[in-house]
Design a protein around this ligand. Sequence first.
Ligand code: ADP
Ligand code: ADP
Length: 220
Amino acid sequence: MSELNLVLLGPPGSGKGTQGERLNDDLRLPYYATGDILRGAVRDETELGKSAKAFMDAGDLVPDEVIVGVIAERIDSEEARDGFILDGFPRTTPQAEALDAKLAELGREVTTVLLIDVSDDEVVRRLGGRRTCEAEGHVYHVEFNPPKQEGVCDIDGSPLIVRDDDKPEVIRKRLATYHEKTEPLVSYYDGKGILRRVDGARDPAEVTEELRGILDAARS
Ligand code: ADP
Ligand code: ADP
């Protein structure tokens, strides 16, 4: 089977994490979500976390030079030899260029970019009701995907919290940041002929089915 170097693209709240978890179960490839990596670093108070926290709390992106090395190191690892799933990276044109350069160094390239498309109004609805598991980042929604027991993660029993950046004023800021800094990547990858666009405003299971179909075709 050919390698699958996959990027999940889409606004905050489009369902990258939700879909990534499902694809990850199917594909058995390492899954690198930069938001989760950064939140872990903030929690552990590492140097990375210290340099990222203020940007994250404000709904801004952390500087490219802070995050690029983190991903480059993971991609260049034994576990990622047959491919990987990236969620939340790249988020700027310089990050996309750095990813291409790192992969080229390894004689590889991005195979497929899955764009999960949803409107700004839907993003606000989703992030406003998102609940995140404190331990592992498992994702729920109070209305669209509630846990079996309120406030508790189905998977590991840890408390569900509202992320600091899922507060209404920060949500608007993150959307603006997405449109300004990340949306240009749609044409960047479209120009390379590897972008696949999926309507994310449907039932999660339907979105997963469509993504699986695209990946089956890409892998065969
Ligand atoms: P969401 O999935 O809701 O879009 P993430 O969990 O991916 O949010 O990211 C949370 C925050 O972490 C971002 O708002 C940003 O501050 C920071 N972040 C995550 N990935 C990157 C990245 N590739 N470049 C810069 N900042 C990032
Ligand atoms: P992202 O990683 O892109 O920020 P998430 O996967 O965390 O997005 O999803 C954001 C919120 O929307 C979560 O509360 C999640 O449960 C909910 N959600 C995800 N996909 C759907 C969907 N297709 N329909 C309704 N709600 C969804």
